[in-house]
Design a protein around this ligand. Structure first.
Ligand code: GLU
Length: 469
């Protein structure tokens, strides 16, 4: 039997990193099993869905390595409404579901306000369908439902503790629990790999599979993803959108490797491994069922390592969207015509070892492209202390006389200027750096000046000197 898995996102917002993790796990599992990965967009919540969220999911999946030609679909759940209703009808006709007109208030008046479930009042009333009548599944009174879960063993649920749950609303529309099962059946899904938050739905869903007479899938509930406070990552509190990480300059290769480490690790105490190793070694059954900590600091460090490992020309190409402000990425502070690709290529190797996310390239190189540097006033105040004006004068004099404009000569000249004033190079550098780049930290100074060129460097030193008058 061919393995068929699915990833079934609801297009109700940005694409959650936890979702991306589940998608990758499904995709690798399918690949390992020679199976099929199905993408199903669960778009039945018309009030919350937007087509652009769907497009966002597809392109985010593509970015992370799940290309559109490697899966079946996307199917859209809304196209299967007829199947959902037909299944509800079959369950009713077989006596496995019944109509109910109880309001929550009526149930609570009978049971007490603490009780959240349903007391079975309408079970044997034989109500016909009608406006406002929900359809409830008649759960078995006895026995247990055993879920086979590749990660969690065999969670067992007492049927008598499972309430008669709603499968279609008062307006006849099937609810998630049923639509999701019917689609999995229609699409021949053999393994349902999804987030742990759906585990409580699983006994109910498995009862539906049984009642509809189809062998249920094997389940795998992958761990919930939590923040440093052990809270489930939430879009209101945490940075959860895969797109946000992409736009900040995380590399897809780093991101997907990191996502796969949530609850699992490759052999030999390694974390950074080629994707092919992950594809080969990943075992769903080895995924740790406990909550997985999404450690943004670790991800940053991880990304920095991936950036440093890039060949320089790939690094240069990878930075391009931040240098030009392409697509969803904010434009840089300089005008497009001020950008100089050769100057950037010259400093790129210096920047490559210093940044953890690609967006950090902008403040590191803006001094090269802006007509005037963006002066950070706090940096200015710190660097332009007593003696700064004289030091800048001496630097201008030394640099004007310089024969060869190269980093080595720029450095030895400033070293000499500093020495005359009893200053170590670091101290002598500070006013020059702020005058030229506007900041106290940045790329190695003398290489930066070499690339910036004689004229622009001298103009900036003079401009800073004038400010000190
Ligand atoms: N649309 C559901 C979700 O996004 C899918 C649940 C499932 O994978 O079965 O949570």
């Amino acid at each position: 039997m061919t393995v068929r898995v699915r990833f079934a996102p609801s297009p109700t917002g940005m694409f959650h990193v936890g979702g991306a993790r589940s998608a990758l796990q499904n995709w690798i599992f399918a690949k390992q099993q020679g199976g099929v990965f199905v993408l199903r967009v669960e778009d039945t919540d018309a009030a919350r869905n937007k087509p652009e969220w769907t497009e966002g999911i597809l392109s985010a999946l593509e970015w992370i390595g799940i290309a559109r030609d490697t899966y079946e679909g996307p199917y859209f759940q809304s196209a299967y409404a007829g199947e959902h209703r037909a299944a509800a009808g079959r369950l009713h006709d077989a006596g496995r579901a019944y109509y109910c007109d109880c309001t929550r208030e009526a149930v609570q008046a009978r049971t007490g306000s603490q009780y959240q479930g349903y007391d079975g009042f309408c079970r044997d009333r034989g109500l016909p369908p009608g406006e406002g009548r929900a359809l409830r599944f008649r759960t078995p009174d006895e026995g247990t439902t055993v879920v086979v879960d590749l990660i969690r063993g065999e969670p067992t649920f007492e049927n008598k503790l499972i309430e008669d749950f709603v499968i279609a609303r008062g307006d006849g529309s099937p609810v998630f629990l049923l639509a999701n099962v019917v689609d999995d059946m229609t699409m021949g899904i053999t393994h349902v790999i999804r987030a742990e938050e759906h585990l409580p739905n699983t006994p109910k869903q498995q009862l539906l599979w049984d009642a509809l007479g189809v062998k249920p899938p094997v389940w795998a509930h992958v761990p919930v993803v939590v923040n440093e406070k052990r809270q489930k990552l939430s879009k209101r509190r945490d940075k959860v959108a895969l797109e946000a990480y992409r736009d900040e300059g995380y590399l897809a290769a780093a991101m997907r490797n990191y996502l796969m480490l949530l609850g699992w690790a490759p052999s030999g105490d390694r974390e950074i491994v080629p994707w092919s190793v992950i594809e080969e070694e990943f075992r769903l059954a080895e995924v740790n069922p406990s909550p997985a900590f999404f450690d943004e600091k670790k991800l940053r460090a991880f990304n920095g390592e991936y950036i440093r490992a890039l060949p320089v020309d790939e690094f240069v190409a990878a930075c391009r969207p931040w240098l030009t402000g392409t697509g969803t990425i904010a434009p840089p502070p300089w005008q497009p015509e001020e950008f100089d690709a050769d100057a950037f290529a010259a400093v790129a190797p210096l920047a490559q070892t210093r940044i953890a996310v690609l967006s950090e390239i902008v403040p590191n190189v803006d001094f090269l492209f802006l007509a005037d540097p963006l002066i950070d006033e706090a940096a200015w105040a710190k660097a332009m202390k007593e003696g700064a004006a004289e030091l800048l004068d001496a630097a201008v004099a030394g640099y004007t006389a310089l024969e060869s404009w190269d980093a080595e000569s720029l450095k030895s000249t400033l070293e000499a200027v500093g020495a005359e004033r009893g200053l170590k190079l670091g101290k002598a550098q500070a006013p020059v750096r702020v005058a030229v780049t506007g900041r106290t930290v940045g790329l190695p100074l003398f290489e930066s000046l070499e690339v910036l060129g004689r004229e622009r460097t001298l103009a900036r030193l003079r401009a800073a000197r004038l400010r000190l008058v």
